[in-house]
Design a protein around this ligand. Structure first.
Ligand SMILES: Cc1cc2nc3c(=O)[nH]c(=O)nc-3n(C[C@H](O)[C@H](O)[C@H](O)COP(=O)(O)OP(=O)(O)OC[C@H]3O[C@@H](n4cnc5c(N)ncnc54)[C@H](O)[C@@H]3O)c2cc1C
Length: 372
């Protein structure tokens, strides 16, 4: 079948055998906390996927990354969401190279060499609050910071080896400085607590990470310039592209079931393909633009337009695919209902469409896109 062929062949190029191994595991097993999917990903060298070869990584291009991610998501939604958070953290660290090249090279070589997983804690479990805001208590002490507070949900809470988190560091001027800390998961004072209360995407381990009097040496904190948003914009560009293709991959799992069972008519099946391949190709356009060196505020606006268009397309695709699969497919296994529910969560990743409409409207009238 040609559906998902390119994506699976890219996955096989970077992580041979992983797709076949995942295909043998029942979907609902992979979606539970502690599933084998994450360890298979780790064993296949997945953590180094987008790390440049000079640091020992696989050096996948943005286009190759989104192919891999769509293929993985079509097998295990939770694996795709968890690894999106890892890739987002890695992309952010790569972006930090211009601030601290030596330290960044060290972290990337460690991740690629030892197949480490990196979690990303930005949200703090409050609705209506930007993920760039932080209520963590940060004290400056000689040689570093002491941090108290909690991040939730934080995917990979159980399996992470490294924890990154956004914090606001107090300054003498009174204007806090946004920083990202990158610390080992076994740092004294780092604890995990159950938080994820739904079985949907349970395999992504999106629990709470608590810091109690955790000491973070200066070399584990990276300070972003308040005046230059380019680094944050690049991180968000990666995040929006990879999270969107992940949910498109989940929707692809439903479409593939329709095609495999030859459900519906030729018109209905091609309608599914037109919608899903159209959205996938729009994302490929973003990846190709990144490869051509585009980033910054306009590129961020563009990926958000593509994400929200894909979000709407996914709703139409999954509803039609479930309808074509029929009542017996829905009744006899949890898979169809599960995949339908899992795709809904794209709407919950920041920035939500509703929270950004004013900013996008202002952008359309010529202002810079302001996501904070
Ligand atoms: C599967 C999954 C995994 C996740 N993993 C992580 C992780 O690893 N790390 C991490 O940091 N976070 C993670 N998150 C959390 C995520 O980053 C969000 O912070 C969280 O889902 C937001 O919750 P919310 O929708 O209640 O809040 P909000 O985004 O604040 O939205 C609440 C509601 O208000 C609306 N709204 C918000 N602002 C406005 C506005 N200005 N105008 C109009 N309407 C508005 C929204 O559209 C929504 O309907 C994860 C989320 C999911 C679903």
């Amino acid at each position: 079948m040609s559906f998902l062929k390119r994506e699976r062949s890219t996955l096989a190029e970077f992580m041979p055998g992983l797709d076949e191994a995942l295909a043998k595991l029942p979907l609902m097993e992979m979606e539970k906390p502690g599933s084998a999917a994450l360890s298979l990903f780790r064993k296949a060298g997945g953590p180094g996927l987008l790390i440049p070869a000079r640091f020992g990584g696989r050096g996948a291009t943005p286009l190759q990354v989104i192919h891999v991610q769509r293929a993985l998501a079509a097998r295990s939604p939770s694996l795709a969401i968890a690894t999106t958070m890892h890739h987002f953290s890695v992309a952010s660290v790569i972006g930090l190279a211009e601030l601290d090249p030596e330290r960044v090279a060290e972290i990337l070589a460690l991740i690629a060499g030892q197949n480490l997983l990196m979690a990303s804690g930005f949200a703090e479990g409050r609705s209506g609050v930007s993920v760039l805001w932080s209520g963590m208590q940060v004290k400056r002490v000689p040689g570093g910071l002491v941090i108290n507070g909690s991040k939730k949900p934080c995917s990979l809470a159980a399996s992470m080896d490294l924890f990154t988190a956004g914090v606001l560091v107090p300054t003498e001027s009174g204007m806090p400085h946004f920083a990202v800390i990158a610390i080992p998961a076994n740092t004294a004072g780092l604890e995990r607590k159950p938080f994820w209360g739904t079985s949907i995407l349970g395999g992504a381990e999106s629990d709470e990470v608590i810091l109690r009097e955790a000491y973070v040496p200066d070399e584990q904190a990276f300070y972003y310039s308040n005046e230059n948003p380019a680094l944050l914009e690049l991180s968000f560009l990666w995040f929006e592209m990879v999270i969107t293709v992940s949910y498109l991959g989940v929707a692809s799992a439903l479409v593939e079931r329709v095609l495999n069972a030859a459900k519906g008519t030729a018109t209905e099946r091609t309608r599914l393909a037109i919608e899903i391949e159209g959205a996938a190709t729009a994302l490929e356009g973003i990846a190709r633009a990144m490869m051509a060196g585009e980033s910054g505020n306009d590129a961020l606006a563009q990926v958000l337009f593509v994400r929200y268009a894909a979000q709407a397309a996914i709703g139409r695709i999954t509803a039609l695919a479930a309808e074509l699969l029929g009542g017996m497919a829905f009744i006899c296994s949890s898979d169809v209902g599960y995949l339908l529910a899992a795709t809904t969560a794209l709407a919950f990743h920041p920035p939500s469409r509703l929270s950004l409409t004013d900013a996008l409207d202002a952008y359309l009238s010529g202002q810079r896109l302001n996501m904070s």
